[in-house]
Ligand binder design. Structure first.
Ligand SMILES: Cc1ncc(COP(=O)(O)O)c(C=O)c1O
Length: 370
């Protein structure tokens, strides 16, 4: 048998040969068409000033909680912000976690048991796939946004069934038909879990709330590393669900309680967004402008995430380099993050992009794609 490190070397060499070797990267100069900072909070000095005020007023929140949330590590500030978040999203309770990845693990690894079935859209985020590997339930994937396929699997599923979807898909930028999926779940006695990582912010309370389903779905995940410009996440749901997770979810229990400064920063981000509705309006205008400049089959209406597919990988890398030379920062997405043959530029539109920048971007897309 090969030495384990030899295996790593071979796998890394395969990536290098395929041109998909990943490296950790710092923020690039140039116009941002890549980050998830949809509303510009991560770059906002005004928002940063608000966070500094919080730290100056109560410096004690800057340090850690030193224990699990069930061993005195549940800071009072965290408890207060969790109440605020629950009220804002119209649910009974919320639980704050350190990231969206962590929140999906905490929720989906714990809620189903051996003999149950979790049905996931094949394009849900990696954290959902990994959470299912931690769960004792069976996991089946249904084809992306294919409700007929979902229904066939629902009719065959055993035990209690949970369906997991995203409201706005992180790589394809398309929206889930949440009311239809929820109705399908109802018909088969299944529960629905919705990851709102990319929708919350674009919609102030998320899409589940827009559809009035916030108390009907089993749980919603909202994350704070994207439109909120921070990091962290919350699980939203009933008192019963949250009590259950506090008792049985390992990723929630066997970790140090979330920092109070993080919780208070998240609270500040909610307030900042409420005080600045113009950010959301600018984002929507910019998306509409981008969509208007490209052929219909090349843009997703109303979505801040715009995939641009390149049938040939070398064209994709050439496009990224060409755009970089023009001062536009974009990035390519390769397999295995997306399926082979679906490599793409993942363009993100922001509230702070100017019309001129969007025009330049679309010109470049036309140059490289066609
Ligand atoms: C749909 C979705 N869920 C969860 C996550 C993980 O969120 P975080 O970056 O806060 O860990 C992401 C991150 O990209 C995501 O796109």
């Amino acid at each position: 048998m090969r030495k384990i490190s030899e295996r790593w070397r071979i796998r890394l060499a395969q990536r290098t040969a395929a041109g998909t070797f990943r490296q950790q990267r710092q923020t690039e100069d140039g116009v941002d068409f890549y980050s998830n900072d949809y509303l510009g909070l991560a770059k906002s000095t005004a928002f940063q000033e608000k966070l500094l005020q919080v730290a100056r007023q109560t410096p004690s929140v800057l340090t850690g909680t030193s224990a699990s949330r069930v061993l005195y590590g549940h800071d009072q500030a965290v408890a207060t912000v969790e109440k605020f978040i629950a009220a804002h999203h119209g649910v009974a309770r919320s639980l704050l976690l350190d990231s969206g990845y962590h929140a999906n693990l905490a929720l989906l690894s714990a809620i189903a048991q051996r003999g149950d079935t979790i049905l996931i859209d094949e394009l849900v985020h990696r954290s959902v796939h990994d959470a299912c590997r931690l769960s004792f339930a069976i996991t089946w994937k249904f084809r992306h946004q294919d409700l007929d396929h979902l229904e066939r699997l629902l009719s065959k599923a055993s035990g209690n069934t949970i369906v997991a979807i995203e409201s706005l898909y992180s790589m394809d930028g398309d929206f889930a038909a949440i009311p239809k999926i929820w109705a399908l779940c109802q018909r088969y006695g299944a529960e629905l879990v919705v990851d709102e990582a990319h929708a919350v912010g674009l919609f102030p309370r998320g899409l589940v709330h827009e559809y009035g389903l916030e108390e009907k779905v089993l749980a919603t995940i909202v994350t704070y590393g994207k439109a909120f410009g921070l990091n962290g996440a919350a699980i939203l749901g009933s008192t019963l669900l949250c009590d259950y997770l506090v008792n049985y979810s390992s990723p929630l229990l066997y970790t140090t309680g979330i920092s109070p400064f993080k919780a208070l920063s998240i609270h500040e981000a909610y307030l900042y967004m409420e005080e600045h509705p113009e950010l959301r309006e600018r984002l929507r205008d910019n998306i509409a402008y981008y969509v208007s400049l490209l052929p219909m089959d090349c843009a997703v209406p109303q979505s801040p995430i715009q995939p641009v597919y390149f049938p040939k990988m070398h064209r994709l890398q050439a496009a990224v380099d060409g755009m970089q030379r023009c001062g536009l920062t974009v990035y390519p997405i390769f397999s295995p993050t997306v399926a082979k043959g679906k490599e793409r530029l993942r363009i993100c539109i922001h509230a702070f992009n100017t019309r001129k920048e969007i025009e330049k971007l679309c010109q470049e897309i036309n140059t490289w794609k066609y």
